[in-house]
Each structure stands twice: as structure tokens, then as C-alpha cells.
Design a protein around this ligand. Structure first.
Ligand code: ADP
Ligand code: MG
Length: 727
């Protein structure tokens, strides 16, 4: 669908209301009425075979009897006759349709077929359609003034556009926004999204001069890959703030891997948001809080915030939330503090957060806010005011917005306990200062602005394709599939990784005890000894891993012990692996799980065996750019540990970035891979790379054969088995 395709829908010069009615209870009544009372600027044609006029406007029996061209038809007739009406629109040459009528895919059965026929008609007559089962569209542009919904009140005019997968919720959002004084440019209720999708709307609003901020209520991404591509472009120009409800169907995944247990589709959605710069609001309330901030204030240049308050408690609450949001308290210039000292009440605390105390006058408050906003060390301010009885709150509000307007830095306000009904709140919002009931909400909204500003400033990076030995990996995967195995053997898993240039600990697989000493000698002591076999999942739990084996004697004794333990635990195993003992690194997890809806996503975290408890992980949707991969690694909470704390050397993050990108290439090359779990990967000090010491690769249950392999490129296997093969 082209962008022009939506023009007849959002900027029509004439509208036919099919199903217009005189009966108040009918949707067709409300839609026509909304168009009239909200002063639609084009020509209206009510269509109703049983009336000659409605609301004083001449009515037509059919769209075909309208003498002039029609840009948009709004259809609210019952489902049984909707297709006939749509067909007539096609014959008439109407380019745009908004189908409010319900009774399509959402009811299942015959509804599904009806929707298919509807779509076929749109295709046949080249019509662009919103819906069916939607609540209509709005454009507040003074040249259009179209409220083609059956909502009770029209929104205020503004520069936010809202797209909603739930019509009712969309209308409720518009309604509440009005009480907050927030205005809209456009609104679209998507309904069943049979043709026009969320992605289409985003693409259109990207270039819409009237839309400064986009809000979206999302239940599911129709095409997540397209969403990522489009949203990425849009957020470079304007913010998208989205509420995402529901969870997609989780891919059925084997519970054998850490990655799998960390996953869950909502996390995939989270990855989509992170990678596209779309701001995710956790509730409708947060959506409003953010919308207000983004539409009223400029973005902060940095994360240094000043808090000005007349009470200590709320200021502290605010600071806690600021820090949680990744913002910082600004270090005020000494001059700023000295200046305030000359007039502030003696009991005031003038170090950020500034507590002027209730002794402060209105003028003190104004001067303090102005002083911090002038300070070069301040990027944004939060003004907290606990209205005392003796000062008029509207005057305070005026002082705040007047000061804020002069300095070009974002100012968010909290009039403690004051909602949109209070005069102070109204005064602020009317003059472009967002105001919140609680200090934390203001801090959270500022956090969202900062994150978006940071996202906008960041570099995209490049996608890379590494020369890999795809053929070798394909061969291993195919053999496992041919043998009906869904989990690769340990040796095979390491070999697949090796084929993709992911560095693995040098390993020798042996079938029994006899060749162990030679294998260990080959690797070089100290070594690690592990049992291996298809039934062995968590080897540590079965005490089937022995670290730091230094002598042949220890090696053989260890092998006997492991064998005895496994026998006792009645766990079958079919051999040993001797591995280089990788010392002096930090354990990280690197993995992939494939979601039914979103496709593959990568997981990175710190913690090795503790990862499931720490849950400090980051997700990424391939294809990743080098910058995406680095950001993914940097985004975990414990990232400072990789940079080195307490005199430790920094870890080789560059090498980890390389590993993430290679893994990304691997999972894009082979759809048959359902899950990968490299746990742990030992990250060594800068320059020394990393080593994967344990790998699990799970294949999907109904796998397609791997793509034909690309040209073979030389990567030498560092895995050897007794026979020289990889089994
Ligand atoms: P499992 O996860 O099945 O219990 P692993 O092979 O991951 O078995 O080994 C368990 C732990 O032993 C790892 O998390 C890591 O701490 C340590 N370990 C395993 N192999 C090595 C190695 N080659 N070098 C250093 N440490 C290792
Ligand atoms: Mg492990």
C-alpha cells in the first residue's frame, strides 16, 4: 500500500456515510453527527435507501446514485449487506474505505470468509481500507476537521497522532487526553487490520508535518520484521510511544536450555522495542505521562537533572526514581548555589535537590528554578510544589511556565496531589509544562525523553557478513536431522560454532578411559574433564565436570569417579571430553531462542551458572549491526563488571561483539536451529578473546532442510574425536 493510498482516508474532500441513520442508537447516526457538529470541511453524502434526508442533508439510496466523486466511504451497515455496499463503492471508484461494521475475522467461522471476500473486493477495485471492525478515523487539521468516529467528544487539536488496535481503548485515550489538555493531530482505529496495518500508519505519519509524536496501542505486531524496519526509520525523526498488551504465543521450546527458560515472548517484544527506539509504556497511565512530556517539552541534551522543591520528601522520592531511570542529579555550579544563598530562606537546602522549604516565597521559587535552568551543568529540571494554603497555586504555575519557556530546557512539574481538575495543573499544561500527580511520574517521563534523545543520537552501525564454513555446519545439522535427533551432541555443537568462527575451548572427545591421557597431553595440563552424552543436560548437577585437573593420575581417578557417579544416578553417557582449562575470565551466557512470532532472538548476560537467578540479560533481534551487538552487551546491569572493577583488567568486549554477530549470522543461516545456549562463554581480558566451554544446540521439531550452503571457506576445526570425525 502506498502512502497516497491513505490520503483519501485522512484528507478526503468528500465522504459518503453508508448506513447513515436517523436513529440515535445507530452507529451511522453518531458518525454522521460527529462529522457535522465537528465541522467537517468537505462534502457529506449520507447513504440510506429508506430516507430522503438526515440531519437536514439530502440522502442517497446508494453510493452509485451520488452524482459527484467520493473520496472516502464510511461503512456501518450490518455485516450481511456490507460486502454489497463495498462492491458498490468499488464500482463508483471510491478510493478509500473505513469499515466500522463488525462480524468479520473476529467472530471466526463465516466471518473469516467474509473478511477474505472484503479484501478481494478491495484488491479488485484498488481501494484502501481501514478495518473492518474499527471505530473510525479522525483528522483535526483545520482544513479537514474530520471526526469520522462514533466517539462522544472530539479530541483537542494538537500534534500527537494515535493509532490503536483497540477502538474502544483508543476513544477512551482521546477522552482522557482531553481532560489533561493534550491534543491530537490524527487518530486511527485499526480494527482487524485486514489491509491497512500499524506499519502503514507509522510509515505515513513519519512524513506527516502535523504529527510530532506517535502513540500506539499494540496488541500484536502483524509483521515484526517490517515493524522493526519501519519503526527504526520513524524514530529517527519522531518519537513513538507504545503500550503493548498481551503476549504472543510462545514457541514451544525444549526446557533444556538456560536461554529457553529466560525467554518468553514478551521478552522478544522487549527486544523489538529496544532495537527500534520505540518507547514502551507499561501502562496507559505511563503512555499519557510520556505523551504529555514529549508533546509539550523539548528533549533533554543530557541526563543531568535539577530538582527544585518546597518540600524534602517528594524531592527525595523524585531523585530515587531519576536515578532508577538512568538520569543523574546535576552538580550545580558553585556560583549558582552562592547566588541562591543571597536570598533563599536560611533553612533552605541549596544543594541539588533544592528544598526551599515552605518558608520560601513565590519569588524565591521562581528565582531558584531560573537559576538552575541557567546553569550549564543542568540539562533538565523537575519542579515540585506542595501547594501550601497561603499561596495561590495558579500564580506558582504561572511562575513555573514563564521561567521554563525562557530557557529551552525541559521542565516537568509535580504539583503534589493535584490532578487535572486543579487550576494549577490546567494553567501549567495550557502553557506547555506537563504536570504530574506524583514526583515519580515526572521523573519517569523525563527518563523516557532522555532515553529517546540518546537513541536518536546513536549511531546505527553496520551489519557484517563473516566468511564462515557454512557447508560444514549444514552437514552436521543435516546428519542430526536425518537421524531424528533434536539435540546436537556436544562435539557437534562445538563444531558448528567453530565453523562459524566462534571461539571454543580446545576440546578432545574420547569414547572411554584409555585415550584420555593422550588427549589431555595434547590439550596440555591443567585440563577440564567432563562426561558427555545425550542424556546429560546439567552436568554440574550430576558432578560430571572436574575442573583444574593437573596430572594424569588425577585425570584417570576423576574419570572413574565420574563414571561411578553417573552409574549411581542411572544416567547414561557415551564418553568424555577433555578441555583446556580456561582461567581468569568472566563467565557470560550467549544464546538464541526462536519465537514463533518474532523469529530468532539473541540473549546475552553475565553470570554463567547463576544467570537464571540474576536474570540480568539483554535481547537482540537479528540481523544486528555491530553497534546493536555492542549496545546489547553494554545494556546489562552488570556491564561494569566486564569493564573491570576494583583494579580488575577489562574483558574483551570487542571479541564478544564479534561472537554475537557470528551467532546472529548462524541463526539466520539455519532456520532449523531452535535454540542455542553457550553457557558459559568465558570472557578473557582485553586482547585475549573468549572461549565457549559448554554449548547446547537444539533443532526445531519440524525443520526444513537447511539452505544450500554457500561457498566453502576455510576454518579449521579445533575439535577432534578419536576417529577424526566429529561424532
Ligand atoms: P553444565 O552447564 O552442564 O553443568 P559446563 O560445561 O557448563 O556444564 O561446566 C560447568 C561449569 O564449569 C561452567 O559453568 C564453568 O564455570 C566451569 N567450566 C566448564 N568448562 C570449563 C573450562 N573448560 N574452563 C574453565 N571452566 C570451565
Ligand atoms: Mg553450562
Amino acid at each position: 500500500m502506498s502512502r497516497e493510498g491513505l490520503d483519501p482516508i485522512f484528507s478526503p474532500t468528500s465522504i459518503a456515510v453508508i448506513g447513515a441513520s436517523r436513529h440515535r442508537a445507530k452507529i451511522g447516526y453518531a458518525v454522521l453527527r460527529n462529522l457535522i457538529v465537528n465541522e467537517y470541511q468537505g462534502t457529506l453524502y449520507p447513504v440510506n435507501p429508506k430516507a430522503t434526508s438526515i440531519h437536514g442533508i439530502r440522502t442517497y439510496p446508494s453510493v452509485l446514485s451520488i452524482p459527484d466523486p467520493v473520496d472516502l466511504a464510511i461503512i456501518s451497515v450490518p455485516a450481511e449487506v456490507a460486502l454489497a455496499a463495498v462492491e458498490e463503492c468499488g464500482k463508483k471508484g471510491v478510493p478509500g474505505l473505513v469499515v466500522i461494521t463488525a462480524g468479520f475475522r473476529e467472530v471466526g467461522g463465516a466471518g473469516i470468509e467474509r473478511e477474505e471476500r472484503l479484501l478481494a473486493l478491495c484488491r479488485q477495485y484498488r481501494m484502501t481500507m481501514i478495518g473492518p471492525n474499527c471505530m473510525g478515523v479522525i483528522n483535526t487539521d483545520p482544513e479537514v476537521r474530520m471526526d469520522a468516529t462514533f466517539a462522544p467528544t472530539p479530541p483537542l487539536r494538537g500534534d500527537i497522532s494515535l493509532v490503536s488496535q483497540s477502538g474502544a481503548l483508543g476513544i477512551a485515550i482521546l477522552d482522557h487526553a482531553k481532560s489533561l489538555g493534550i491534543g491530537f493531530a490524527k487518530f486511527c482505529s485499526l480494527g482487524n487490520k485486514a489491509q491497512v496495518s500499524l506499519n502503514d500508519l507509522l510509515a505515513m505519519w513519519q512524513d506527516d508535518g502535523q504529527t510530532k509524536t506517535i502513540l500506539a496501542y499494540i496488541e500484536n505486531f502483524g509483521n515484526p520484521v517490517n515493524f522493526v524496519r519501519i519503526a527504526r526509520d520513524v524514530t529517527k525523526r519522531k518519537p513513538i510511544i507504545a503500550v503493548k498488551s498481551g503476549r504472543s504465543e510462545a514457541g514451544s521450546r525444549a526446557a533444556v536450555s538456560h536461554t529457553g527458560s529466560l525467554g518468553g515472548s514478551d521478552l522478544a517484544a522487549e527486544a523489538v522495542f529496544n532495537q527500534t527506539g520505540v518507547l514502551r509504556a507499561n501502562s496507559i497511565e505511563e503512555l499519557f505521562d510520556n505523551a504529555m512530556a514529549f508533546s509539550l517539552q523539548p528533549l533533554p541534551r543530557g541526563n543531568r537533572v535539577a530538582v527544585v522543591s518546597d518540600a524534602g520528601g517528594p524531592a527525595i522520592m523524585c531523585v530515587d526514581e531519576l536515578v532508577a531511570q538512568g538520569l543523574r542529579l546535576a552538580e550545580l555550579d558553585a556560583g549558582t548555589v552562592e547566588f541562591m544563598r543571597t536570598w533563599a530562606p536560611p533553612e533552605a537546602s541549596l544543594r541539588n535537590p533544592i528544598d526551599l522549604t515552605p518558608q520560601a516565597s513565590l519569588d524565591d521559587y521562581r528565582r531558584a528554578l531560573d537559576a538552575v535552568l541557567r546553569d550549564d551543568a543542568v540539562d533538565a529540571a523537575i519542579a515540585i510544589y506542595v501547594p501550601p494554603v497561603r499561596v495561590d497555586e495558579v500564580e506558582v504555575a504561572r511562575a513555573i511556565w514563564q521561567t521554563a519557556a525562557q530557557r529551552g530546557k525541559p521542565v516537568l512539574c509535580n504539583f503534589l496531589g493535584r490532578t487535572e481538575e486543579s487550576p494549577g495543573f490546567a494553567e501549567l499544561v495550557k502553557h506547555s509544562v506537563p504536570s504530574y500527580l506524583f514526583p515519580e511520574s515526572a521523573a519517569r517521563a523525563l527518563g523516557g525523553m532522555y532515553r529517546y534523545a540518546k537513541y536518536r543520537a546513536r549511531e546505527d552501525g553496520e551489519t557484517r557478513t563473516f566468511p564462515v564454513d557454512r557447508k560444514r555446519a549444514a552437514g552436521i545439522l543435516r546428519r542430526a536431522q536425518d537421524e531424528g535427533r533434536t539435540r546436537l551432541r556436544d562435539a557437534e555443537a562445538l563444531d558448528v560454532l567453530d565453523a562459524y568462527g566462534i571461539r571454543i575451548a580446545r576440546s578432545r572427545f574420547v569414547a572411554d578411559v584409555d585415550p584420555l591421557p593422550a588427549a589431555a597431553k595434547d590439550i596440555g595440563y591443567p585440563v577440564v574433564l567432563k562426561a558427555t552424552g545425550p542424556g546429560l543436560v546439567h552436568k554440574t548437577d550430576l558432578r560430571a565436570v572436574i575442573l583444574d585437573v593437573r596430572t594424569e593420575k588425577d585425570l584417570l581417578e576423576g574419570a572413574t569417579q565420574v563414571r561411578d557417579r553417573l552409574r549411581e544416578a542411572r544416567t547414561a553417557f557415551d564418553g568424555y571430553v577433555v578441555q583446556e582449562f580456561v582461567r581468569g575470565g568472566k563467565e557470560v551466557i550467549l544464546g538464541m531462542t526462536r519465537d514463533k512470532v518474532y523469529g530468532p532472538f539473541l540473549v546475552f548476560g553475565l553470570g554463567g551458572i547463576y544467570v537464571e537467578y540474576l536474570k540480568d540479560v539483554a535481547f537482540g533481534l537479528p540481523p544486528l549491526t555491530d553497534r546493536d551487538a555492542r549496545r546489547m552487551i553494554e545494556s546489562i546491569r552488570t556491564y561494569p563488571l566486564l569493564e573491570g572493577v576494583r583494579g580488575e583488567p577489562p574483558s574483551d568486549v570487542d571479541a564478544l561483539v564479534d561472537a554475537v554477530l557470528r551467532l546472529s549470522q548462524l541463526v539466520l543461516d539455519f532456520e532449523s536451529i531452535q535454540e542455542i545456549d553457550l553457557n558459559p562463554v568465558v570472557a578473557l581480558r582485553k586482547g585475549d578473546g573468549y572461549r565457549a566451554v559448554d554449548a547446547r544446540i537444539v533443532l526445531g521439531p519440524d525443520v526444513k532442510p537447511p539452505h544450500p550452503p554457500g561457498p566453502e571457506e576455510g576454518a579449521h576445526s579445533s575439535i577432534q574425536t578419536p576417529s577424526g570425525s566429529t561424532t
